[in-house]
Design a protein around this ligand. Sequence first.
Ligand code: ADP
Ligand code: MG
Length: 314
Amino acid sequence: ATPTAVMVATGIGANNGILIKGGDALERAYRIQCVVFDKTGTLTKGKPSVTHQTVKIFNKTPLAEFLTIVASAEAGSEHPLAKALVDYAHNHLVFTEPLTPRSAEMPRTRDLSWMREASGFENIPGEGVRCSVGGVSVLVGNRKLMVASGVNISDEVEGYLQQTEDRASTGIIVAFDEVIAGVIGISDPLKPEAALVIEGLQRMGIRCMMVTGDNWGTAKSVAHRVGIDEVFAEVLPRGKAEIIQKLQSDGTVVAMVGDGVNDSPALAAADVGIAIGAGTDIAIEAAEYVLMRNSLEDVITAIDLSRKTFDRIK
Ligand code: ADP
Ligand code: MG
């Protein structure tokens, strides 16, 4: 394409909240054969929350006590799931009136005096947290964390986890003194446009895939709902870039769409890194495209724009 055509395309992109970092990026977008989507915050809204009736207690601990311990354990984690658990416990323990969507949005007095002190806090990336609260050893996380800590997952618990995952929620497992105390279902709603965008890309002849650190059950359930058949789940943060490189090894031109939490290395490894939403600064730096509007439709707009620019000169 002529420098003028590239300038025009970049301008049209900018008007649509699509920042394109130069002509090379535009040219590579033209050749995209495969798009890998991050799950959390990309296909989903990235706003996980505990929904009603999804706290299941297996060891008869009273709900308030159970939530107090879980939140006290998660207080030291920055993970969005940890924040969802702390918020839920806070709402349950502090608000007397039932929580409505409106009161959930209201500025809250952060009275966290109900929290207990956690000692020996350990954050295990891709698995969860471990600490001790009031002399009880507490684990909050996924199956991997339980297996690594020698906690037995009974058939009853496993069945409940699978039920949760079939509904596209993530089941967070809680153990007290190495025995399972409960499971908390957390759901992160899909972006409303996700399925249509996947369908549109597939119709353009582009293979769509999904990558996530979340478990296989939830991952497959989310992928199925948006129309993706190729899934990589239980991927550790550094594993996302390795997956991109493996896909590229036979010459496939790969784009990665991510919100930047955990996926900057994958955005950088891809032929075309597409950062979605406000994202993080590192993501914006690692990516060649930044979609300011946080809408997945702009992935199609961006590829369309490059096709129009490069088809014209052929
Ligand atoms: P993602 O790719 O979805 O951002 P992560 O690698 O951050 O995934 O986490 C993968 C999984 O590890 C989560 O789905 C959850 O099961 C578990 N996990 C990670 N951090 C925590 C935490 N602080 N509390 C509970 N579970 C956690
Ligand atoms: Mg993400």
